[in-house]
Design a protein around this ligand. Structure first.
Ligand code: HEM
Length: 120
């Protein structure tokens, strides 16, 4: 149940992120809407909380928590690259965008494998 909520918010964060990148490129003025400014924080917050709850539910701190620390840190990298994608323009935007997608993929890979890879 909790895992499904976590996965639902992974999906919501991903889809709304892609939508905001699209808006930033095509209709940047729309990004000024209040709900579009608030929603990403709310969704990422719930994603984080559900991840923390899952950590305790699965007793992961007593088993192996390296991959969870890696996910947390990579989520911060994802947020930073996402911000850079939306705030920057031109080729920097697309480099940051490619980086953010790669980090998202890596987080999902680590989540499924439950161990950290130093190579993809
Ligand atoms: C963009 C961010 C994130 C993505 C894409 C993501 C993705 C996933 C996926 C795909 C799973 C299911 C893996 C499986 O069991 O097959 C999962 C489970 C899990 N995630 Fe995340 N996650 C994210 C953020 C976080 C954060 C920030 C935390 C911790 C604070 C976290 C902790 C966990 C835990 C503990 C599980 C379940 C482990 C179990 O099976 O008991 N996740 N995540």
């Amino acid at each position: 149940m909790l895992k499904h909520i976590h996965l639902l918010f992974v999906l919501l964060v991903t889809v709304t992120y892609l939508y905001r990148v699209y808006l930033a490129e095509r209709q940047p003025e729309k990004l000024q809407q209040k709900w579009l400014k608030l929603a990403p924080h709310a969704l990422a917050g719930i994603l984080l909380l559900s991840g923390i709850a899952l950590t305790f539910q699965g007793d992961w701190f007593n088993i192996a928590y390296g991959w969870i620390v890696a996910k947390l840190l990579l989520m911060l990298v994802f947020i930073a690259l996402g911000l850079l994608t939306i705030k920057s323009q031109g080729s920097l935007r697309w480099k940051a965008f490619a980086g953010s997608l790669a980090v998202l993929f890596l987080i999902a890979k680590i989540a499924v494998a439950k161990q950290v890879f130093f190579f993809v």
